[in-house]
Ligand binder design. Structure first.
Ligand code: MG
Length: 286
């Protein structure tokens, strides 16, 4: 099942997107509540998908969005010597984690709030995200996928100069307001084919990232097991699982996002995000 979020007549609602991605059946509740175990209720009005504007599926965050760094071996290798003092010697034995503030989150078709006065090095990172649907602490790897509600697409848009300017940290450079598209809907875990996920990012129609999730160094289950070790994960927590190679900072010459760039982030089976990089003073917010 594909669960999306829309606002109809001023009320935010969950909706079920049909298999052909042509229509959405409204539900009398929100995705945030369903993810936390609330009843989905009876399906109501069915609207053409083209007649609504999908929002981020999730709006209520328990805490920061949880993120995984360096999870594709080729991405780890491409950035060697380009991390300005943040280079580990070898691929870590355990996943690297950091977080992004919830104010980063925007919808699947919203503008990315771009401000060249804050950063000159805006980069893209296509990623598979997952949503926790069952609380757990120190979850064993073999049971970890039982705690996943579903999967969706994210772009961990990053400011490389801010990452470097503030010491060996990833908070600044990963948490600017309205910079992380999420969606377009949550594909529930029972509908997601985890063996066939191709992660792609296009900027202005040029394919810059294109990798299979089979290249991940740490599986979804391993990420959940390690992240939950001694730290409770709760229904509604969002986890990003890392980006493959092809980021702009590691290219020769480097590519950084600019006003007007169109970023398409796609994961096969999960849908695609389409966002325009837009100067913050030109943004119109509904
Ligand atoms: Mg990332």
């Amino acid at each position: 099942m594909k669960l999306a979020s829309v606002t109809v007549d001023g009320v935010r609602r969950a909706g079920v997107v049909d298999e052909a991605e042509q229509s959405i059946a409204l539900l009398p509740t929100t995705v945030d509540d369903i993810v936390r175990g609330g009843p989905a209720g009876e399906r109501g009005d069915v609207l053409p998908l083209s007649s609504v504007r999908l929002e981020s599926p999730l709006h209520r965050f328990n805490r920061d969005v949880l993120c995984t760094g360096w999870n594709y071996v080729d991405h780890f290798e491409e950035s060697k010597g380009r991390r300005e003092g943040q280079d580990p010697v070898a691929l870590p034995e355990h996943p690297t984690f950091f977080t992004k503030g919830p104010d980063t989150v925007i919808g699947p078709y919203d503008d990315i709030a771009y401000d060249p006065d804050i950063s000159q090095k805006w980069d893209y990172e296509a990623e598979i995200a997952l949503v926790i649907g069952l609380d757990g602490r120190s979850i064993p790897e073999e049971k970890a996928l039982d705690h996943v509600f579903g999967f969706l697409v994210a772009n961990d848009v990053s400011q490389r100069d801010l990452q470097r300017a503030h010491g060996g940290q990833w908070l600044k450079g990963k948490s600017l307001d309205a910079t992380m598209p999420l969606g377009p809907w949550i594909t529930t875990a029972d509908s997601a084919d985890l063996t066939e996920m191709q992660v792609q990012c296009e900027v202005n129609g040029v394919l810059l990232q294109n990798a299979s999730s089979a290249q991940m160094a740490f599986s979804f289950a391993r990420i959940i097991a390690e992240l939950s070790h001694g730290m409770t994960l709760r229904a509604g927590d969002v986890i990003l699982t890392g980006t493959p190679s092809g980021i702009g900072n590691a290219r020769e010459p480097q590519i950084f996002l600019r006003d007007g760039d169109v970023v398409v982030t796609r994961v096969s089976g999960l849908g695609e995000l389409r966002n325009t990089v837009t100067l913050t003073d030109k943004l119109t917010r509904s």
